[in-house]
Ligand binder design. Structure first.
Ligand code: COA
Length: 256
């Protein structure tokens, strides 16, 4: 019997739907899912018709319950594991997507489930969603960017709480701490995501891509450089639209 794909892909007009599809194990992230997700995200990135994307989980119980615990320790060696990761940098691929990506979160959102959600631009959760990072309790640390993306999203204090205490946050708590943007009834989750993306996509494709790039790239450089980068991107957009650029923006040198 052939295995069901670990990741499903379909398009609704300009929106790519990427569904984690191992509902029998709460969409635990395994090697097959990594490989299929990588290929799917490449398809999203390379399809000029795609203007936005959704990441969601199949089944009633989970977006993703974290790394597949049955695969722990099965990599042939640390060196091979590192090489594979280098070749298939799923997390880097997420961050390289120019189109807005919305995570639709329901049920268990644990470990790499939280981390994948953090690599999306918007996170909409249903009321039943439960968030946690159980890695340290299992003697590991998050390895899909979570130690870096979580504090950048919620701030250091709540990030340390989630990272170190093995606490679970309800959807409402996740909303209060800024981990998710919105909490909606379970039955409305996918429609709310559709509506949110439709609203976003009424904006220009290039403007969305450049705004996203300006914000994400700017977080990691001093404010002065970030403002210069923003001015360059704004000018390039205006020039491409046939205008003369941003008028009179002084070069900043705050160095912050
Ligand atoms: N890896 C592999 N299988 C997993 C899994 C994971 N991370 N999470 C859940 N599953 C599997 C269970 O083994 C079970 O499979 P089975 O029916 O063949 O026994 C199935 O998914 C359903 O999970 P179950 O544990 O029976 O559901 P529950 O409602 O009792 O508990 C959780 C749900 C999420 C609390 C529990 O499954 C859990 O703690 N999972 C592990 C979470 C985790 O530590 N993730 C790793 C982060 S690094």
């Amino acid at each position: 019997m052939t295995e069901a794909p670990a990741v499903l892909y379909h398009k609704e007009g300009p929106v790519a739907w990427v569904t984690l599809n191992r509902p029998q194990v709460l969409n635990a992230y395994n090697l097959a899912m990594r490989d299929e997700l990588y290929q799917t995200l490449e398809a999203v990135r390379d399809d000029p018709e795609v203007r936005g994307a959704v990441l969601c989980g199949a089944g009633e119980r989970a977006f993703c319950a974290g790394a597949d615990l049955t695969e722990f320790g099965t990599a042939p060696s640390q060196a091979i594991a590192r090489a594979v990761r280098w070749e298939r940098d799923v997390w880097g691929l997420f961050l390289s997507l120019e189109v807005p990506v919305v995570a639709a979160l329901h049920g268990y959102v644990l470990g790499s489930g939280v981390e994948m959600a953090l690599l999306c631009d918007l996170r909409i959760a249903s009321e039943d969603a439960i968030f946690g990072l159980p890695e340290t309790a299992l003697g590991m640390i998050p390895a899909a960017g979570g130690t870096q993306t979580l504090p950048r999203t919620v701030g250091i204090s709540p990030a340390l709480e989630l990272l170190l205490t093995n606490q679970r946050w309800t959807a409402q708590e996740a909303r209060e701490r800024g981990l998710v943007h919105r909490v909606v009834p379970r039955a409305e989750l996918l429609d709310q995501v559709r509506r949110t993306l439709a609203g976003i996509l009424s904006g220009g494709r290039e403007a969305l891509a450049l705004a996203k790039r300006a914000l994400l790239n700017g977080m990691d450089i001093p404010l002065g450089e970030a403002l210069d980068m923003e001015a360059r991107l704004a000018s390039s957009l205006l020039i491409r639209k046939g205008s003369a650029g941003v008028p009179g923006r002084p070069k900043t040198s705050t160095g912050r």
